[in-house]
Design a binder for this molecule. Structure first.
Ligand code: PLP
Length: 456
């Protein structure tokens, strides 16, 4: 099965043709099937003799693929969608066919160099120094975990070199708006999360971080503060500058989670909201969200990669050949070893279209988000739950409860019109749309919101 014979050539051609057709044709939005229904449709697929290429591909294309919802549909407005460029999508295949593990310089030098160029673009947008660096990981969840592991390791080393003991409990300061992955990282690391208050604009601020540090429980030490640059639910950017100030004073690691919002650093109309981001110790931004890269791809960048290497480099006789201080090994900077060069599609797309095209595409989504806000404000039966800062617009329909929102979302999907999902805001049910696809238009939103009109 490994020979590139005529049979395999034909198979590769038909898979590539299938993938190309998908790029050209927008798959319809429709509800997915249950596991039971899929089982009945697709039958047993793993057999001793193999199904053969045609049969396997047709079962996938006819039964499995249609039971998925493509995130690049311009009306995928739930969660945070994805909208990869054709160049990025095509290059994802090139990464696979290169069969290079992007773990180390030894065998991945050229790929690693390209990835580092792409990381550098983000580091420059954030105003990080020349020495900054890191690697691409699977997602924001892994980026946040890897950054916090580095921060705690640095804090532990600080304790050891100062001759002091470790605290009974390590903790991070975060907020009620922090992404769920911060709580998840805390469980993995067995640390505590101290939830600092938000101000009236739902921002984490230096003052509230300082108060959380002051009022920390006995026997607990804080090793990092996590600020969010664009909350997932409503797109608020925390008061990064004042938080950086407090972290400086206390000598605490400052991590910025820009998984969703960090892309907007490239957008001049909102860049001012990120003031202070240049002072972070670590930053994550997901190119698979608002930077038009295929899944899965998150950029993890450290101001100084040295503590990351101390925390993450794996050691063993069979790995020692990789240790070389004069080269850059991506895997030394995150909780990973073998690593897909998942930053490469992003790099290729940036190289092909240029950074101005990225700026314009992100501005385009912000323009549609602002127009959506105006549509909500003009509708007597709708209200904004918060003034949008980035590209999430959250709103409520007068008199509706959680069930009404869910029923509306179900109807939209059944009608093939859009994928939306409800949320809660301030403990109350609400709707949100997150616009990251430059192909999403104001007309799309107008048509969707019109279905909320009160029956005459
Ligand atoms: C999406 C998101 C994450 C998690 O990223 P994944 O890529 O889904 O793991 C973390 N933080 C924020 C703010 C996010 O929006």
């Amino acid at each position: 099965m490994h020979e590139y014979d005529t049979e395999n050539q034909a198979l590769v051609r038909s898979v590539v043709d299938y993938a190309l057709a998908r790029l050209v044709e927008e798959p319809p939005l429709r509800p997915v099937k249950t596991a039971h229904e899929l089982q009945a449709l697709v039958g047993k697929t793993i057999t001793a003799e193999g199904l053969g290429g045609n049969e396997a591909l047709s079962r996938y294309a006819e039964h499995l693929a249609p039971s998925t919802i493509a995130a690049d549909n311009p009306r995928y407005l739930a969660f945070v969608a994805g909208a990869p460029t054709p160049a990025a999508t095509a290059f994802d295949f090139a990464v696979t066919s290169s069969a290079v593990a992007g773990s180390s310089w030894l065998d991945g030098a050229g790929l690693v160099h390209a990835e580092n160029e792409a990381l550098r673009w983000i580091a420059d947008l954030a105003g990080l120094p020349k020495a900054a660096g890191g690697c691409f990981v699977t997602g924001g969840t892994m980026g946040n975990l890897s950054a916090l592991v580095t921060a705690r390791d640095a804090a532990n080393r600080g304790r050891v070199s100062a001759g002091t003991t470790r605290p009974e409990r390590w903790a991070v300061v975060a907020s009620a708006s922090s992404h769920a992955s911060i709580g998840s990282a805390a469980r993995v690391m067995d640390i505590d999360v101290i939830v600092a208050d938000l101000d009236e604009e739902l921002r984490l601020t230096g003052d509230s971080v300082a108060a959380a540090i002051r009022n920390r429980p006995d026997h607990t030490e804080i090793f990092a503060v996590v600020a969010t640059a664009g909350t997932t639910n409503v797109g608020v950017v925390d008061a990064l500058d004042s938080i950086a100030q407090v972290c400086d004073i206390h000598g605490i690691w400052f991590h910025v989670d820009g998984a969703y919002g960090g892309a907007a650093l490239a957008a001049p109309s909102v860049k001012h909201r990120f003031k202070g981001i240049s002072r972070c110790d670590s930053l994550i931004v997901d190119p698979h969200k608002w930077l038009f890269s295929p899944f899965d791809c998150a950029a993890l960048i450290y101001r100084d990669p040295t503590p990351a290497r101390l925390a993450h480099t794996q050691h063993a006789g069979y790995l020692d050949p990789l240790i070389d201080e004069t080269v850059f090994n991506p895997s030394d900077h995150a909780h990973v070893l073998t690593r897909r060069a998942r930053g490469l599609p992003f790099w290729f797309s940036l190289a092909v279209y240029g950074t101005n095209a990225y700026r314009d595409a992100i501005e385009q989504t912000l323009t549609v988000a602002r127009a959506t806000r105006d549509l909500v404000l003009r509708s007597a039966h709708l209200e904004l739950v918060i003034e949008p800062e980035l590209s999430v617009v959250a709103f409520r329909r007068q008199g509706w409860d959680a069930q009404d929102y869910q029923a509306w979302c179900d109807q939209l999907l059944t009608a093939g019109m859009a994928l939306l999902t409800p949320t809660t805001f301030d403990g109350q049910p609400a709707m949100r749309v997150c616009i990251i696809n430059p192909r999403t238009t104001v007309d799309d939103l107008a048509e969707i919101l019109a279905t909320l009109n009160p029956v005459a």
